[in-house]
Design a protein around this ligand. Structure first.
Ligand code: PXG
Length: 484
């Protein structure tokens, strides 16, 4: 049920963010001419990503000039703690010397080489060794690309190729979810379930269908979380039967919906999805672009749910966001069939780029041999999760804290203990985001869920500070809503 709980009072307070409050009460309002120029040119010469273009004004833009560890500084000298690892990608934080060195060395040694036409280069083989060392044995091959969107485009083409090669060319349809996010290209945005994206460009492309999301907070029926998980998964079986099992190629989903709000599904959901996929011989494809490489304390977030997907889409954390790189990891079953099938007509100029591969190797060395993922699983991850639950469990504005490892969300709601939603959820989330930004904490909202994804290298001290600033932002939001 939606209720209009005093949200109107927030609306006027929301845009723009022009405050330069440092969080400790001090203010910087010196704006250098260079910074003015940066802002003006950026606003005038680009279309801002995923933004209402009418709202993009030079004075709203923040010019970031330096990053170190979890810290960012803007051109006004204001300091921020980055609570969302850039766009959920800078897993090792900023300015990590090992990655800088790997990139510099490789640029000097061999700045370009494509695995096309039987060429290769040493970082590519090294990366395969390191990548498959962290994967279970059922995965055989990887196709590299430059982003998560390209990984999911590659997914569509590769899965269809697989079914062709095993003599089932009718199996072409993909099923994915409303409020899932898989990228911004035609195929990946079609796999995604964002209405605004579908409205732009006439999506989804043919052959992609959507079912509901496993978002228990939004369920108004009287079901336990576990019952709801089974029902949400049951929508897949209904959809497969409606479309015909002989026509359905794959189900695609993020193990937890990232852009959709860091929504972690009920524990019953994924095992049931896997059972249904196996029953109808539908491939199970997970998008680990955000969840991959240790974000939840597991190497891949689907491992939280004990499932064994056929493909894994990756990007972001593969290079800690230092250089673009994505990939589609495929099972032996798929790889063997495609190899036996002959021509695989797919190539990107920058596929397996030596610079990206060298950085990915250095990144995986730190995450694996450097023990960073282990630490998230057994130390800093549980510490963050406990700190959030202790701080927010009794907060009047927080309905629930969800998360694992270094990924978490606070569900904001108007009535403690009841599954009610704000009428203008996006305004509440945006208001809270802006208060956090003023306090020097970068987090973002998805509707009324506050999302947290700090670097995997965050120390306990940094986690304490993130939670402290987030608490102040949530308190200020609750006060503005007259809830405390
Ligand atoms: N899959 C998932 C699960 C993602 O989150 C992509 C694919 C596409 O990746 P590329 O590299 O093509 O962007 C993503 C991207 C946000 C936000 O604010 C999230 C993404 C990108 C930009 C903003 O939630 N995720």
């Amino acid at each position: 049920m939606y209720i209009a709980a005093r949200v109107g009072s927030l609306r006027t307070c929301c845009l723009p963010i022009v405050s330069t409050d440092n969080g400790d009460g001090s203010m910087d309002d010196s704006t250098s001419p260079d910074t003015q120029w940066d802002r003006t040119v950026v606003a005038a010469r680009h279309l801002a990503p995923f933004a209402d273009q009418r709202q993009v004004k030079p004075e709203y833009i923040t010019v970031m000039v330096r990053g170190e560890g979890m810290n960012l500084w803007d051109s006004e000298g204001k300091h921020y703690l980055d609570g969302m690892s850039g766009l959920f990608c800078t897993a090792l934080g900023y300015g990590r010397e090992e990655l800088v060195e790997a990139a510099t060395r490789q640029m000097r040694q061999l700045s370009f080489c494509s695995p096309y036409m039987n060429f290769t280069h040493p970082p590519l083989a090294r990366l395969a060794e390191k990548l498959f060392a962290i994967l279970p044995e059922r995965y055989g091959r990887v196709i590299y690309c430059n982003s998560g969107s390209e990984a999911n485009e590659t997914l569509i083409r590769t899965v269809r190729r697989y079914w062709d090669t095993v003599g089932r060319p009718k199996k072409k349809i993909f099923i994915s979810r409303h409020n899932g996010y898989h990228g911004s290209t035609m195929g990946s945005a079609s796999l995604g379930g964002f209405k605004a994206m579908h409205d732009m460009g006439g999506l989804p492309i043919p052959g992609i269908h959507h079912i509901g999301e496993p978002y228990w907070f939004a369920c108004t029926d009287d079901l336990t979380e576990e019952e709801f998980g089974l029902r949400a998964a049951g929508e897949l079986e209904e959809k497969i039967l409606e479309l015909g099992p002989d026509n359905v190629a794959a189900f695609v989903g993020e193990p937890f919906q990232a852009a959709g709000g860091f929504i972690f599904p009920p524990s019953t959901y994924w095992p049931e999805i896997q059972r249904i996929c196996r029953k109808y011989d539908v491939l199970l494809c997970v998008d680990e672009v955000v969840g991959g490489f240790g974000r939840t304390g597991e190497w891949f977030s689907h491992q939280l749910y004990g499932i064994e997907p056929d493909t894994i889409s990756v990007a972001k954390g593969l290079t800690s966001g230092y250089v673009p790189m994505g990939g589609l990891i495929i099972s032996n079953r798929i790889a063997d069939a495609i190899v036996a099938g002959g021509l695989y007509a797919h190539v990107f100029t920058y596929q397996g780029h030596p610079l990206a591969a060298a950085v990915a190797c250095a990144n995986l060395d730190l995450l694996n041999d450097g023990g960073i993922v282990d630490k998230v699983k057994s130390h800093t991850g549980p510490y963050l999760q406990q700190a959030l639950r202790e701080t927010f469990s009794h907060h009047p504005l927080v309905w629930e804290v969800q998360g694992f490892g270094a990924a978490a969300a606070l569900q904001l709601a108007p009535v403690k203990g009841e599954k009610q939603r704000f009428a203008d959820e996006d305004i509440v989330g945006m208001y809270c985001t802006q208060r956090a930004t003023e306090l020097g904490l970068l987090v973002r909202a998805s509707m009324s869920r506050m999302i947290l994804a700090p670097a995997l290298t965050a120390t306990r001290g940094e986690i304490d500070e993130i939670v402290r600033r987030l608490k102040s932002a949530v308190d200020r939001t609750a006060q503005a809503l007259k809830m405390m």
